[in-house]
Design a protein around this ligand. Structure first.
Ligand code: UT7
Length: 334
C-alpha cells in the first residue's frame, strides 16, 4: 500500500487496564443454568470471567481506571491529552458519553471526548481513528479506552450467550513521535450490516427479526446466533490477519505478537494454525477473563506490555471482529 511521506510517527506512551472485582466461575454458572464446566471449557476455553459489582463498578469506573493507569505509565497527566475516545456498547448512559465523564474525572477537560461503537471491534477501530488523527497533525496525544460491561447486557437465564462474556477495560495513550517509522503501518476496518441480526440487543419487539420472534426474548439483553457468529469469525479472523501480513510484508516469523479479540479459543486456534503463527505469538487470557467485547484487545495488550513482551521495534498486529458485523486490524511498529 502506498503511504504518504509522514513527517512524524505515533508512539504508544502507556498502557493500562482494569478488571472488576467479582469472579464468576463455570461452577457458578452450573448453579444458574443447565450447563457444566466441561461443556463451557471445551466449547470456549473459558474457566472464569471477572464481572462488576453493579453497586460500585461499571463502564465509567473501569474506563477511568484503565486510562489513569495508562497515563501513569506514560508519565502524563489527564491535562496532557487533547482527545479521549472510549469504545463501548455498554456505557451506563447513552448521554453523556462515557468518554465525557472519563475525561472530566482524569482532568482532561476541555479536551474533546466521544464514545465509539463497533462492538468487539471497538478498541481496534478507536486505536485506528486516534492514530490517523495524530498522523494528520491535528492531535498530539489521545487517550483510547475499550471497555464493555457485558454483565449488564447479558441475560443470565440464557446459557447460549451468558457463559461467554466478562467485563474489562483496556487503554492506550498514543502520542506524536519524531520518528515517522513508528506507529501504525497498516490498518483495515470493515462492516457488513446485512449480518446485524447475528448479534444484536433489541429494545423493542419491532427490531426482533422473524426467525427469532418465537424464541424467549428479554428486551434489553444481547441476542446471539452463536453458530452464525462462529462461522463468520473463523473465516474473517483468518482473512483479516492474512491481509494485514500481506500488506506489510510481515510473516509469521517476523511478526512479534498478534493481539486478538478473545472470542472463543477455538476461533483463535483455528486462525492461528491455518496461518502458521506459533502459539507463543498469540496472547490468550480468555480462560481467566472470558470475552469482554471492546475490552479484550486493550486488556491483552496491557497484560503483554506489563509482562515485558512488547518492545521498541516490535511488529504487533491488533485484530478484532464482532457485532455489526464489524472487523478491524491495526499493524504497529512499536
Ligand atoms: O465476540 C464475538 C461474539 N461471539 C462469538 O464469538 C461467539 C461465537 N460462537 C461460539 O463461540 C459458539 O457458537 C458457542 C460457544 C456460543 C456455542 O458453541 P457451539 O459449539 O456452536 O454450540 P451449539 O450452539 O452448536 O450448541 C450445541 C448444543 C446445543 O444442544 P443440542 O441442540 O445439540 O441439543 C445447545 O443447546 O449445546 C447446547 N448448549 C449448551 N449446553 C450446555 C448451548 N449452550 C450451552 C451451555 N451449556 N452453556
Amino acid at each position: 500500500m502506498s503511504q504518504p511521506a509522514w513527517t512524524h510517527g505515533v508512539r504508544i506512551a502507556g498502557t493500562g487496564s482494569c478488571l472488576p472485582s467479582r469472579t464468576l466461575t463455570n461452577a457458578d454458572f452450573e448453579k444458574l443454568v443447565d450447563t457444566t464446566d466441561e461443556w463451557i471449557f471445551q466449547r470456549t476455553g473459558i474457566r472464569q470471567r471477572q464481572v462488576c459489582n453493579p453497586e460500585t463498578e461499571g463502564c465509567f469506573t473501569l474506563s477511568r481506571d484503565a486510562l489513569s493507569r495508562a497515563l501513569e505509565m506514560a508519565g502524563m497527566k489527564g491535562s496532557d491529552l487533547d482527545l479521549v475516545i472510549v469504545a463501548t456498547v455498554s456505557g451506563e448512559m447513552p448521554c453523556p458519553s462515557t468518554a465525557c465523564r472519563v475525561a472530566a474525572a482524569i482532568g482532561a477537560t476541555p479536551a474533546p471526548a466521544f464514545d465509539l461503537q463497533a462492538a468487539c471491534s471497538g478498541f481496534v477501530y478507536a486505536v485506528n481513528v486516534a492514530e490517523a488523527l495524530i498522523r494528520s497533525g491535528r492531535f498530539r496525544s489521545v487517550g483510547v479506552v475499550g471497555c464493555d460491561i457485558m454483565s449488564s447486557i447479558v441475560d443470565y437465564t440464557d446459557r447460549t450467550v451468558s457463559i461467554l462474556f466478562g467485563d474489562a477495560a483496556g487503554s492506550v495513550v498514543l502520542v506524536r513521535d519524531d520518528n515517522p517509522a513508528r506507529g501504525c503501518l497498516y490498518q483495515a476496518m470493515g462492516a457488513d450490516g446485512s449480518g446485524w441480526n447475528a448479534l444484536y440487543l433489541p429494545k423493542r419487539m419491532q427490531e426482533v427479526p422473524p426467525d427469532d420472534v418465537n424464541n424467549p426474548i428479554r428486551l434489553g439483553y444481547l441476542r446471539m446466533n452463536g453458530k452464525e457468529v462462529f462461522r463468520f469469525a473463523v473465516t474473517k479472523f483468518r482473512e483479516v490477519i492474512e491481509d494485514a501480513l500481506r500488506n506489510t510484508g510481515l510473516t509469521p516469523e517476523t511478526v512479534s505478537q498478534v493481539v486478538c479479540h478473545q472470542s472463543n479459543i477455538r476461533i483463535i486456534d483455528a486462525a492461528r494454525e491455518k496461518i502458521g503463527i506459533p502459539a507463543e505469538k498469540v496472547y490468550v487470557n480468555i480462560d481467566r477473563c472470558g470475552n469482554s467485547s471492546s475490552g479484550s484487545v486493550g486488556l491483552c495488550f496491557d497484560e503483554l506490555n506489563r509482562a515485558g513482551k512488547i518492545k521498541s521495534g516490535d511488529a504487533v498486529v491488533l485484530v478484532a471482529f464482532g457485532g455489526g458485523l464489524t472487523w478491524a486490524s491495526s499493524v504497529w511498529r512499536i
